[in-house]
Design a protein around this ligand. Structure first.
Ligand code: ADE
Length: 245
């Protein structure tokens, strides 16, 4: 899978992609990432990338020309790449968006900056506009890192343990329940007995119940769209009862 990132601040990407699993995936050739400085594509001696908005108002607007030129250089005939613009006005990036985007082999991410971007960028150059949440970052760079990270995890071979991706919070439609590791007893703090029992079915049931409990407690909104079995519904009814007691 290949990502090309267009940014005014390429140096921001150096360390996030140089650690942990992303580094390993890049070194192993599973993921390729190209970072491109939009300024390199701005014409003129001063390589101007932004300008004041028509109609007045504050702030500087990212110009369309350098972005178009950068895209032409990276994708001479647009190939099959999907072009995304990161902006707070975009559709919300969720786990299912990541799953959908991970089916593309090549994504190009344009990081918006300053007060905004010339509307011809989302209108004519980007296929989709993506927001990572209802808050405003100082630019699209951190958002692009989030998008690359979330999608990369979904690439086969990225994590050694496929189950850790399949049972992730949000992938299943529920939050994940709690995890424990050694020691069994830390002072008075104990690991739930069932996890030490070696009884697979009981452990699986306990995990499902705790995922339901946590989702009910922290993100009840997710239960409306989660796929729930009859057993899940019974467990939820019991958990709601417990809560109301
Ligand atoms: N740029 C600024 N804020 C953003 C957000 N919430 N998501 C994506 N890009 C952004």
């Amino acid at each position: 899978m290949r990502f090309d990132i267009l940014t005014l601040f390429p140096e921001m990407f150096l360390s996030p992609f140089d650690a942990s699993l992303l580094k390993k995936a890049i070194e192993g050739g599973l993921i390729e990432i190209g970072i491109h400085n939009i300024r390199d594509y701005a014409p003129g001696k001063h390589r101007v990338v932004d300008d004041a908005p028509f109609g007045g108002g504050g702030g500087m607007i990212l110009k369309v020309e350098p972005v178009e030129r950068a895209l032409q250089a990276i994708l001479p005939d647009r190939e099959d790449a999907l072009v995304l613009l990161l902006s707070p006005q975009g559709e919300q990036f969720r786990q299912d968006t990541a799953e959908e985007l991970s089916r593309h082999d090549h994504l190009v991410l344009i990081c918006g900056h300053y007060e905004g971007v010339d509307e011809r960028i989302p209108h004519y150059l980007a296929d989709r506009e993506i927001s990572i949440g209802d808050y405003v970052l100082s630019g699209g760079e951190l958002a692009a890192m989030v998008v690359v990270d979330v999608i990369s995890r979904l690439v086969e071979g990225f994590t050694g343990n496929r189950d850790s991706v399949l049972f992730d919070s949000h992938t299943t439609g529920l939050l994940e329940g709690p995890h424990y590791t050694r020691p069994r007893k830390y002072g008075e703090w104990k690991v739930p007995e069932v996890l030490l029992s070696g009884h697979k079915k009981n452990i699986e049931n306990w995990r499902r119940r705790e995922a339901l409990r946590r989702t009910l407690d922290r993100r009840p909104d997710l239960l409306e769209s989660a796929t729930l079995s009859d057993d899940d519904k019974k467990i939820l009814a019991a958990l709601k009862n417990e809560l109301s007691e």
